[in-house]
Design a protein around this ligand. Structure first.
Ligand code: SF4
Length: 403
């Protein structure tokens, strides 16, 4: 590490990173506190390069949100997506509507369906099992990443069964992996403030432990930028690291930026119309990479932090970029101003533009496609135009009632 460090507290941390030693909670706290962002980024970059070289992964995926009706509509005060059943804008897709929406995957390289939604009071386990089975029948080569730990626990409650039983049934239907949502911040005080009545930390971790034991890998996340303290962040990451030591089932860590528009928390905090800062976005990526030494990948989620910050994040410890996201509702309801989708070529060029080697992957991080330096896909295309094209396609989808 040759960069002159303006924060001397980073020096012993740099020595640990160089020696491949695990960082302590105090180290993580210093990393969150420091204003020496470039040194922090360089440390995270070196830790990432040791694991992933110059490669940056992405999956061609399609988000599907079967319903926005949620029983926690009034208690997850940070959420802009959920509705009560009778509220304006509430929707619940029939299976046929979901299958029609997924047909977009037939003519493009989609390799993963990412399926999350609200905690509907009446949608049963059979709906989700049939949904996954139906998608697998129609798109046998597409992986299914579906239902957060919170949704799994909700289904177990409705069915009066165990979360393990729900996971077993969904796995039998074709579930490949679990997304990492619903973790928010584990601290009890934070949860009581932003997500009272949501699955508590121990139960979120238990569902993921059970999934890992059943051979269902998963992702892990942290929603930052609301009321949490640095100590809350550190404790949250430590709980994720402890479970990973035990199971090795987490594939990726994804820091998620809180968006304050159109939700009660944003109004209460007087933060509507604002967003997390680039500084905090990059710090969360870097600290995640440095502290979670047992998680192979760290993903930047461009719909939340913009494609521009995501590109920079590739030099702050990220080796994975959210994929093509055919239609993203959850964060756009919360005021994200990013395009609804990036085309396949947009994502490849975003990675290449950062001086990295794009690698298309499947859900299990197995390489699907790599790109020679002279691949025509690198021919510069104005990103806004490409995105506008993708959005125009989406408008068509919405117009036909398929999205
Ligand atoms: S965050 Fe999830 S569980 Fe909470 S209200 Fe929104 S959709 Fe429902």
């Amino acid at each position: 590490m040759t960069l002159p460090m303006s924060d001397p507290r980073l020096v012993p941390i740099a020595q640990k990173v160089e020696a491949g030693e695990r960082l302590s909670r105090d180290d993580a706290r210093v990393c969150f506190e420091t204003s020496d962002l470039l040194s922090l980024g360089a440390l995270a970059d070196s830790a990432n390069r040791r694991k992933n070289g110059n490669q940056v992964f992405f999956a061609a995926n399609q988000h599907i949100n079967p319903t926005n009706v949620c029983v926690l509509r009034h208690t997850c005060v940070f959420c802009s997506f959920a509705r009560t059943a009778k509220e304006e804008g509430a929707y619940t897709r029939s299976l046929d509507e979901v299958f029609a929406e997924a047909e977009a995957a037939a003519d493009n390289p989609t390799r993963e369906f990412h399926i999350v939604g609200g905690l509907h009071p009446r949608l049963r386990l059979s709906y989700y099992a049939d949904l996954i089975r139906g998608l697998k029948e129609r798109h046998p080569d597409v992986h299914v990443k579906a239902l957060t730990a919170v949704e799994i626990a909700h289904l177990a409650r409705i069915e009066r069964t165990t979360t393990r039983r729900v996971l077993e049934e969904l796995k039998a239907a074709g579930l490949d992996t679990l997304p990492g949502g619903g973790a928010e911040v584990f601290g009890a005080a934070v949860r009581a403030t932003i997500a009272d009545r949501k699955l508590v930390a121990e139960d979120w971790l238990r569902v993921h432990r059970e999934a890992h034991e059943l051979g269902i890998p998963s992702n892990c996340t942290m929603l930052y930028g609301h009321v949490e303290t640095i100590q809350d962040r550190v404790e949250h990451l430590a709980m994720l690291r402890d479970l990973q030591d035990e199971t090795r089932g987490f594939l990726t860590y994804i820091p998620l930026a809180y968006h304050p528009d159109h939700n009660e928390l944003g109004r209460e905090l007087g933060r509507e119309g604002t967003a997390t800062t680039g500084m905090d976005d990059l710090k969360n990526v870097a600290v995640g990479r440095l502290f979670l030494d047992n998680v192979a990948h760290v993903k930047t989620h461009w719909p939340m932090v913009t494609a521009f910050v995501s590109q920079v994040a590739l030099h702050f410890g990220c080796d994975d970029v959210e994929g093509t996201v055919v239609y993203e509702r959850v964060y756009h309801e919360a005021g994200a101003h990013t395009p609804m989708a990036l085309s396949y070529g947009d994502v490849v060029r975003l990675i290449r533009g950062a001086g990295k080697e794009p690698v298309e992957r499947d859900s299990f991080y197995r390489p699907v496609r790599q790109f020679a330096p002279d691949d025509p896909i690198f021919t510069p295309v104005a990103t806004p135009a490409a995105s506008a094209h993708a959005e125009a396609e989406l408008v068509q989808l919405v117009g036909t009632g398929r999205a």
